[in-house]
Ligand binder design. Structure first.
Ligand code: PXP
Length: 241
């Protein structure tokens, strides 16, 4: 199995900062520390409501980072403009609903299909690698290929919920395995993310065909107790297996 990359999502460092309208903790500092401790890329989600990172964070992080920056954006004109201007090396297109607590599901590729297709084309021409955040659905994987995405990131939220609640996750794991296999067969680079903990990442790291994990909420939470260094090292050890 080739090396699996670890993308560290630092959005929730900004969430803590914004909770008090302060200038700390710094998402830039967290990004640079994560880079030093072995992160392979840094992920940030610029949401319409700017509830975590903002454009100033994006600019600062992009200008200082040596590893690739992965910018998550919704398929909107506003985000298209920001992404084209800032040229992050990696972009992941995600669904976004204002009221949701987090990204609740994969993209609905039947909605705004033409816009998404054009967006992918423009971003790729602008030298960004483009990924689509999708459910582990064979239809969505096929459609991602038709839309000419470079990668798919499979939404692992449902699977992780089952693992956390000690429920039977076998069926969902089979769905994910089939989606990964099809993605690889079609020549898409396959990533996985959402809700991952040490336990769920360990299970998924044994499935062949995943090239990148993007992990945020649990990783930042765990860092409160043991630090970013130890948490990143532990995840790197787990996903290497
Ligand atoms: N991947 C994508 C596309 C996401 O939208 C998110 C959440 O912002 C993550 C990964 C990380 O999820 P979590 O914070 O639950 O680890």
């Amino acid at each position: 199995m080739g090396k699996i990359r670890l993308g560290v999502n630092i959005d929730h460092v900004a969430t803590v900062r914004n909770a008090r309208g302060e200038i700390y903790p710094s998402p830039l500092r967290a990004s640079l520390l994560a880079q030093k401790e072995g992160a392979d890329s840094i992920t940030i989600h610029l949401r319409e409501d700017r509830r975590h990172i903002n454009e100033s964070d994006l600019k600062k992080i992009k200008s200082r980072l040596k590893i690739p920056l992965n910018l998550e954006i919704a398929a909107t004109k506003e985000m298209q403009k920001i992404a084209l201007k800032n040229k992050p090396p990696f972009i992941c297109i995600v669904p976004e609903k204002r009221q949701e607590i987090t990204t609740e599901g994969g993209l609905n590729l039947k909605f705004k299909t033409k816009f998404i297709k054009k967006l992918i084309h423009k971003l790729k021409k602008n030298n960004s690698r483009v990924s689509l955040f999708v459910e582990p659905s064979l239809k969505d994987i096929k459609m991602s290929k038709d839309l000419k995405a470079d990668c798919v990131e499979i939404h692992t939220g449902r699977f992780c919920n089952f693992v956390n609640k000690k429920k039977n996750y076998k069926k969902e794991l089979i769905r994910i395995k089939k989606a990964i296999a099809l993605g690889n067969k079609l020549g898409l680079e396959v990533h996985a993310g959402h809700g991952l903990t040490y336990k769920s990442a360990k299970i998924l790291s044994k499935v062949p065909g995943i090239k990148e994990f993007n992990i945020g909420h649990f990783l930042i939470g765990e860092s409160i107790f043991v630090g970013l260094r130890k948490t990143i090292k532990e995840f790197k050890k787990i996903i290497k297996q």
